[in-house]
Ligand binder design. Structure first.
Ligand SMILES: Cc1ncc(COP(=O)(O)O)c(C=O)c1O
Length: 481
């Protein structure tokens, strides 16, 4: 929720109070350099003891509510038939409108099962944009993802309200080219994580649904960030201002044949799930669930988290929960823009994204500008961010050639209900300082490169020792911290 101060300035006010705290540490810039070198310039490999603000991701790191914690105490830990599962099914029916529910240990496990059942080698999956794990599962099973976003989606300086839309003409073209039998399913991701948390409109989803109906295609909705997509529809789509987030979510879900989500985001727990109203699809998926995840009533999740997920689903439709990250991200992005720092616009759902190509125009893509920027942000602030660019895009598995990413983004995630405006002001200050000294930052090169999802465990080195020069400048101007 935003509040207008007497000065006229608007701030996103936290609609919760802190009841449990975790100590965090601000290391000196020399210590940060040591930690980053040990981590091979890969922020995934840093330890939290060396991190001040952990803005790597919004996944599994959100603050749970008191009700969720209370729910965990009464979870039913039966191996089979546990009541927590049935409470989850009731919550899914009430909030998402689906009858059948399959918990999974996290979102990528849902992707794995969906592809195992619905994708045959050689088939394609048209989508508004890929997510790393989604693409990996599709490719591992011999399929191909086709991204059919509108050209505007890649414009990082846009005012377009729905950069996550599927381009309808491109969908027609794909169907014409491949024929419906070669299309495993059409996938819509709400909001598009790697495009900067950009939403799609309900109008766009309705058009996609009509086309799927006409051609007998399955529509799969990745609802990992559905609350934010619905919140942004309410703010941006004509005709939706008077509808609640809950109504919009129901409307979105009614258009999909199969729904899945990482529950680590909107519902603030560690888990995932698949849901549908189609009994046949449910049974096809259910039979594989114990093979890869666990029995139906826990699906690889802790039952405590199953119970908390049921509560989290009901909470995620409240505007102050659905909008808490969106409003902080908007504030963050606008404050950086005031300092001239290039961020992705319009601000989206899960994170404030720095446009590394505009921040570091002197670094070619094969020297990983977004990776270098993530490393530099850590050195300048102790804030951990995530590279979402060429490092996050694996090489072509057939030729081994580097695939240059569409976008080079440094994602500064805003976990829900975790950080305050003073944390964000600190981030704005240090990133603006870094922007003034951007010429000191140079590229990276791989020294250890795993063959799949290399961004998780890959190790890199700084070209020309730029990190030392940057740290020296930091100490000269700002001291040790
Ligand atoms: C849109 C989207 N889909 C799928 C996933 C994978 O979910 P998980 O990390 O729970 O495996 C994520 C995770 O960030 C995501 O953002």
């Amino acid at each position: 929720m935003n509040i207008r101060l007497a000065s006229g300035k608007e701030i996103p006010i936290e609609m919760h109070k802190v009841r449990i705290v975790q100590k965090i540490h601000l290391r000196s810039v020399d210590d940060r350099l040591r930690a980053l070198e040990e981590a091979g310039y890969n922020t995934f490999l840093l330890r939290t003891r060396d991190i001040f603000l952990d803005m790597l991701t919004d996944s599994g790191v959100n603050a749970m509510s008191d009700n969720q914690l209370a729910g965990m105490m009464v979870a039913d830990d039966a191996y089979a038939g546990g009541e927590s599962y049935y409470r989850l099914v009731e919550a899914v029916q009430e909030i998402l409108g689906y009858k059948y529910v399959l918990p999974t240990h996290q979102g990528r496990a849902a992707e794995h099962l969906i592809d195992k059942v619905f994708l045959k080698p050689g088939q394609v999956v048209p989508t508004n944009y890929h997510f790393t794990t989604t693409r990996a599962h599709i490719e591992l099973l011999g399929g191909t993802m086709l991204e059919i976003y509108a050209d505007e989606a890649l414009n990082t300086q846009s005012t377009h309200p729905f950069k996550g839309n599927i381009d309808i003409q491109k969908l027609h073209d794909v169907i014409k080219k491949y024929g419906s039998e070669k299309i495993a399913y059409v996938r819509m991701e709400a909001t598009t994580n790697l495009l900067g948390g950009q939403p799609f409109s309900l109008e766009n989803m309705r058009q996609v649904r009509q086309i799927c109906d006409k051609h007998g295609l399955l529509l799969v909705l990745d609802g990992s960030l559905i609350s934010e997509n619905a919140y942004l529809i309410r703010q941006r789509e004509p005709g939706y201002a008077q509808k609640s987030v809950a109504q919009i979510i129901k409307e979105m879900c009614a258009l999909a044949d199969i729904y899945y989500m990482s529950a680590r985001k909107n519902t603030c727990v560690r888990g995932g799930m698949i849901a549908t109203n189609n009994e046949r699809y449910y049974l096809q998926l259910r039979d594989w669930l114990p093979v890869y995840e666990g029995f139906l009533t826990y699906g690889g999740m802790s039952v405590k988290e199953v119970e908390a997920m049921a509560i989290g689903l009901r909470e995620m439709v409240a505007p102050e929960v659905a909008g808490c990250a969106v409003e902080q991200v908007k504030y963050f992005a606008n404050r950086l823009l005031e300092h001239g720092v290039p961020v992705v616009t319009p601000p989206g759902g899960l994170a404030c994204h720095l446009d590394a190509r505009r921040f570091l125009p002197h670094i070619p893509q094969n020297q990983y500008p977004a990776g270098a920027l993530s490393a530099a942000v850590y050195l300048a602030s102790g804030i951990r961010t995530m590279e979402r660019g060429t490092i996050s895009t694996d090489r072509d598995p057939k030729t081994g050639k580097e695939i240059l990413a569409d976008l080079e983004l440094t994602r500064i995630a805003v976990p829900r209900r975790v950080y305050t405006i003073s944390h964000i002001e600190y981030a704005v200050d240090r990133i603006s300082w870094l922007y003034k000294h951007r010429d000191l930052v140079k590229g990276l090169k791989f020294v250890e490169e795993p063959p799949v999802l290399r961004f998780f465990f890959g190790k890199l080195a700084a070209l020309d020792n730029w990190s030392k020069t940057l740290c020296e400048m930091f100490k000269k101007e700002l001291g040790d911290y």
